[in-house]
Design a binder for this molecule. Structure first.
Ligand SMILES: [Cu+2]
Length: 447
C-alpha cells in the first residue's frame, strides 16, 4: 500500500476525509491521524437514502441501530434448501438461507457484524470487494483465526464506497463456498448518482452445484461437472420472475461466487448498459451497450436499461449446459439413433424401457419422464405456449403496461399481429414459398 511522507495510507486519508462523500478531497498534510473508529455518517435509511433492492427468491439481513452503528447478526449454519419444487438438499448457508441474506447498507454507514458459527467446522466471513482495515478482511489464518464452532466473532468497519459487493466464507473455501456460504452486499451511494432514478433494482447471486440425483448433499469436491445451476439458489422452474411496469428503469445486479465457472448472462428484448463492477460505478463515457454480460467468478456486474417493450423476456446464462438441470449431464449421445425394433427387444427385459434423446432433449419436459426421488427433470416448466426446454439459470423478466402490483402477472398475451405462428397455405402461395422444394443458399464467393 502506498503511503505519503507522513506515513498516511491512501485509505486512511480517504476515511478521514469523510469517505469521499464530501467531495473526495484528500486531507492536507499535518491533520490529525484517523481514529481507531473512523468518522462515519448517520445510518442511511431505506426510502429516504435509497430504494431497496429486490431479491427474487431471496432474503435480506435485518439490522438495528445501536449508538449510530448498524448492527447485523449472521449465523453460519446447515440449511435444508429447496432448489426447485421436488429438489431439496442439505447445504451450508447463513440465517437459515441459501445463499445468505442480502446485506443492504449505505456508503458512510458504520456497520458491525456478529458472526455466530453453528457449523461443525471453523469458518470466517470475508467481505468481498469492500475497502476496510486489513484485520477485518476475514481470510482465515491471514487476517484472523478461524471462528470455532460455537463461537461468535465481531467485525466492524465503515463503508467507504458504494456498489454491488459480496461476502463469503474464507476458510476451507472449496467446501464452504461450494455448499452455499456466499451472499450479496449492496452498498447504496450516499448521494444518488446523476441521471434518471432506477425504479426496479434486482439482485441475483449465480452459483453452480454438483448434486447427484437422489443425493441429499451437494458434492463440494466436484471441479468440472456441475449439474445444478442457480439464480439466488433456485433452478428453473424454481426461479421467481422479475416484474416490471412498462417504461420503468431497471437495474440488475449479478454476483458470481460459484466454484469454477463464469456465466454469460443474456437478456432478451433489450440492450443494456454495463454500469457497475465490484470495483464501482463505470463512468458513463466508459459504459458500453450489450445484450450479454460475462460475470466472472469472484465478480459482480450491474446492468441498466429502460423496460419499454412489454412481454415475457427470457434472462439466462448462455452456456447451454447451464440451462439444464441434473439429468441433462453425462448422457450418451443418441442423436440419429432409430429406436424402432430396438425398444421392443429391450422391453422383453425392462418393460418400461423407452429410448430417449435420439431427437435431442427437447421432448423431455413433455414426456413427464419419471425421475429419481429428490431430483428434477433436466428441463424446465410450462410457458404460455408449451414446454420451456431450459432449466437451471433461467428466469423471466415480465414487463407489463399499467401494473399496480408486482405480484406475478401470469404469462404475457401477445397481440395477435405480433405473434409468431404457423404459416397459412395462402401466404405460402402468395410469397412463392415451396416447402417441399430445394432450400436456398447462395455460395458466397466474394466480390
Ligand atoms: Cu453459466
Amino acid at each position: 500500500m502506498s503511503t505519503d511522507t507522513k506515513g498516511w495510507s491512501r485509505r486512511q486519508l480517504l476515511v478521514a476525509s469523510g469517505l469521499g462523500v464530501a467531495g473526495g478531497s484528500l486531507l492536507a498534510a499535518g491533520e490529525a491521524r484517523a481514529e481507531v473508529s473512523p468518522k462515519h455518517l448517520p445510518p442511511g435509511r431505506p426510502g429516504r437514502d435509497y430504494t431497496p433492492v429486490v431479491v427474487p427468491n431471496g432474503s435480506k439481513l435485518p439490522w438495528k441501530v445501536v449508538d449510530g452503528v448498524k448492527v447485523f447478526h449472521l449465523v453460519a449454519e446447515e440449511v435444508e434448501h429447496t432448489f426447485a419444487p421436488g429438489l431439496q438438499a442439505r447445504c451450508w448457508g447463513y440465517n437459515g438461507r441459501v445463499h445468505g441474506p442480502l446485506i443492504e447498507a449505505v456508503e458512510g454507514d458504520r456497520v458491525r457484524f456478529y458472526v455466530t458459527n453453528r457449523l461443525p467446522a471453523p469458518t470466517t466471513v470475508h467481505w468481498h470487494g469492500l475497502l476496510l482495515p486489513n484485520g477485518m478482511d476475514g481470510v482465515g489464518g491471514l487476517n484472523q483465526r478461524a471462528i470455532a464452532p460455537g463461537e461468535t466473532f465481531q467485525y466492524e468497519f465503515t463503508l467507504r464506497q458504494s456498489g454491488t459487493l459480496m461476502y463469503h466464507s474464507h476458510h476451507d473455501e472449496m467446501t464452504q463456498i461450494a455448499l452455499g456460504m456466499v451472499g450479496l452486499f449492496v452498498v447504496h451511494p450516499r448521494q444518488p448518482p446523476r441521471g434518471p432514478k432506477v425504479d426496479r433494482d434486482f439482485a441475483f447471486m449465480l452459483h453452480e452445484w454438483k448434486l447427484d440425483p437422489g443425493a441429499r448433499r451437494p458434492n463440494p469436491n466436484e471441479m468440472t461437472d456441475f449439474n445444478l445451476l442457480t439464480l439466488n439458489g433456485k433452478a428453473f422452474p424454481g426461479t421467481a420472475p422479475m416484474v416490471v411496469r412498462t417504461g420503468q428503469r431497471v437495474r440488475i445486479r449479478l454476483g458470481n461466487l460459484g466454484p469454477m465457472d463464469h456465466h454469460p448472462i443474456h437478456l432478451h428484448g433489450y440492450q443494456f448498459r454495463i454500469t457497475e463492477t465490484d470495483g464501482g460505478r463505470v463512468p458513463e463515457s466508459a459504459q458500453w451497450s450489450d445484450t450479454t454480460v460475462l460475470v466472472p467468478v469472484g465478480s459482480t456486474r450491474t446492468v441498466e436499461f429502460v423496460a419499454d417493450e412489454p412481454g415475457d423476456w427470457a434472462m439466462h446464462c448462455h452456456m447451454t449446459h447451464h440451462v439444464m438441470n441434473q439429468m441433462g449431464h453425462g448422457m450418451p449421445n443418441l442423436i440419429g439413433l432409430k429406436p424402432e425394433g430396438f425398444d421392443e427387444k429391450v422391453r422383453a427385459l425392462l418393460p418400461d424401457y423407452m429410448t430417449m434423446g435420439h431427437t435431442g432433449m427437447g421432448d423431455m419436459e413433455e414426456m413427464g419422464m419419471p425421475v429419481p426421488a429428490n431430483s428434477i427433470p433436466m428441463v424446465g416448466g410450462h410457458g404460455r405456449y408449451g414446454g420451456i426446454t431450459m432449466g437451471g439459470m433461467f428466469t423471466v423478466l415480465k414487463v407489463r403496461d399499467g401494473l399496480t402490483s408486482y405480484a406475478d402477472p401470469g404469462w404475457y398475451e401477445n397481440p395477435l399481429s405480433t405473434q409468431a405462428r404457423g404459416a397459412e397455405r395462402a401466404e405460402l402461395l402468395r410469397d412463392g414459398i415451396d416447402v417441399d422444394g430445394q432450400p436456398g443458399a447462395i455460395d458466397d464467393e466474394g466480390a
